[in-house]
Write a protein that binds this ligand. Structure first.
Ligand code: FAD
Ligand code: SF4
Length: 425
């Protein structure tokens, strides 16, 4: 805790003062620790749970880097301090500067916008967050399931932002409900676009349109936000007995563990590389294994089959080997000819990646967009080709992580502040 060089902080995209909050915990001042977390993070109880600490702060811990020992459990300590504060009922609300009367908007209510909103309200801006869905929180609410991130924990952090003065508008699609021009006419002077990467990808293989095959976005959103696990509800989700989830990321793990909880007898991950290449957090894979999830690695679906009513009943799998590393540094999958076999399934969830939400990139004239549909920004400032429009999170990176999205939100806030100050001086 008295590291000469606290390198851990370099691994935290929101620059939490890690040595300071850990020292508070060591001294038994847990509320002091929570207050330190909130100096730079709008969502400490969330990050303590879902942040890939092993690749961020803990990977940079002095113990790991210099002493080759286990890292300090920074993520768990963060979770503890934030939970302690919430459960004590003594939540502190960070101080905000006097209102400067300048109206700004954040588009989307995921972690990137929430982090941006927290920093801008502290600087005295009049901040409104517009969200297309009927719930605030982005993937934290519609994607990550309750068993990993309870909604009530997200809600308490949202209430904190509300107490600081952030306004939230739900069921409002910027680009449809109102355009940027409409919002400008209402007095909004600058925008932070964090509309995420919620567009599911499919594999475009034969039979993928059969009933009973759906994207992980649809599956998780319906279960998390639309009460679809409840058979009495309007749009119940299919509860398969033999469920195949295609993919090896966090979304695939969340989907397969959800299917297990909804009664699947055989809940399978089908992943085209080996476990070593899986993009999901090691912890998530471990939990899935503990829960009895079956891993069919080095296997790729090539076709689906259906019954006479068009409902999926089997997936054809092709075995894969591993070749040379690709651009991501992971060994690329190579087809093993003649290795196909069929597995009976009654539900398939496709979790092979996401693309940026296309609405804003396609609607806004003069906005520079990459060929992948992400918004292009100056990486140092998060400013787009339109000076009053900043962007961050998955709409800029493609599917990434909560903490990288939050780091973008903080960077955009600091630079939008400079931009607006120079405009008003
Ligand atoms: P999002 O969280 O996607 O939020 C964008 C919001 O914008 C959405 O609510 C959307 O409805 C709204 N929106 C879109 N267009 C408009 C519009 N025109 N007007 C108004 N609102 C709009 N990361 C981790 O670090 N750890 C994990 O364990 C982890 N698990 C994951 C599990 C799942 C199932 C998924 C899908 C992702 C996971 N991720 C995880 C990734 C992480 O959640 C994302 O990288 C992060 O949420 C991106 O934040 P964001 O603010 O950019 O966008
Ligand atoms: Fe580590 Fe994430 Fe917490 Fe930063 S927010 S200290 S990266 S767990």
């Amino acid at each position: 805790m008295d590291c000469p060089t606290p390198t851990c902080m370099e691994g935290c995209p929101v620059s939490i003062n890690i040595p300071k909050f850990v020292k508070y915990i060591d001294a038994g001042d847990y509320l002091g620790a929570a207050k330190t977390l909130k100096e730079t993070s709008a969502l400490p109880a969330v990050c303590g749970r879902v942040c890939p600490q092993e690749k961020q702060c803990e990977a940079n811990c002095f113990y790991t880097q210099k002493l080759k020992k286990d890292a300090v459990a920074i993520g768990y300590l963060e979770r503890f301090a934030a939970d302690y504060e919430r459960e004590s009922g003594l939540m502190s609300v960070p101080e905000v500067a006097p209102a400067n009367g300048i109206k700004i908007a954040a588009i989307g209510s995921g972690p990137s916008s929430l982090s941006f909103a927290g920093d801008m309200i502290k600087r005295g801006y009049d901040v409104t967050v517009f969200e297309a869905l009927h719930e605030i929180g982005g993937v934290l609410k519609y994607g990550i399931p309750e068993f990993r991130l309870p909604n009530k924990i997200v809600d308490v952090e949202l209430e904190n932002l509300q107490k600081m003065g952030v306004k939230f508008v739900k069921n409002f699609i910027v680009g449809k409900t109102s355009s940027f021009e409409d919002l400008k006419a209402e007095g909004f002077e600058a925008f932070f676009v964090a509309s995420g990467a919620g567009l599911p990808r499919f594999m475009n293989i034969p039979g993928e349109n059969y009933n009973g095959i759906l994207s992980s976005n649809e599956y998780l959103t319906r279960v998390n936000l639309m009460n679809a696990a409840n058979d009495e509800f309007d749009t119940p989700v299919i509860k398969g007995k033999n469920v195949a989830v295609i993919g090896g990321g966090n979304t695939a793990m969340d989907s397969v563990r959800t299917a297990k909880r909804l009664g699947a007898e055989r809940a399978m991950i089908i992943y085209r590389r080996s476990r070593a290449e899986m993009p999901a957090r090691v912890e998530e894979v471990h939990h899935a294994e503990e829960e009895g999830i079956e891993f069919i690695n080095l296997a790729n679906p090539v076709e689906y089959f259906a019954d006479e009513k068009g409902k999926v009943n089997a997936v054809r799998i092709q075995r894969m080997g591993l070749g040379e590393p690709d651009a991501s540094g992971r060994r690329s999958p190579v087809v093993i000819e003649g290795s196909e076999y069929d597995i009976p399934v009654d539900l398939v969830v496709v979790a092979v990646g996401v693309s940026p939400n296309p609405l804003i990139p396609s609607e806004v004239k003069d906005l520079k967009v990459s060929r992948w549909g992400t918004i292009e920004v100056n990486e140092d400032t998060m400013q787009s080709s339109i000076p009053e429009l900043f962007a961050g999170g998955d709409i800029v990176r493609g599917g990434a992580t909560v903490i990288l999205a939050m780091g973008d939100g903080r960077k955009a806030a600091a630079n939008m502040d400079e931009y607006l100050k120079s405009k008003h001086s």
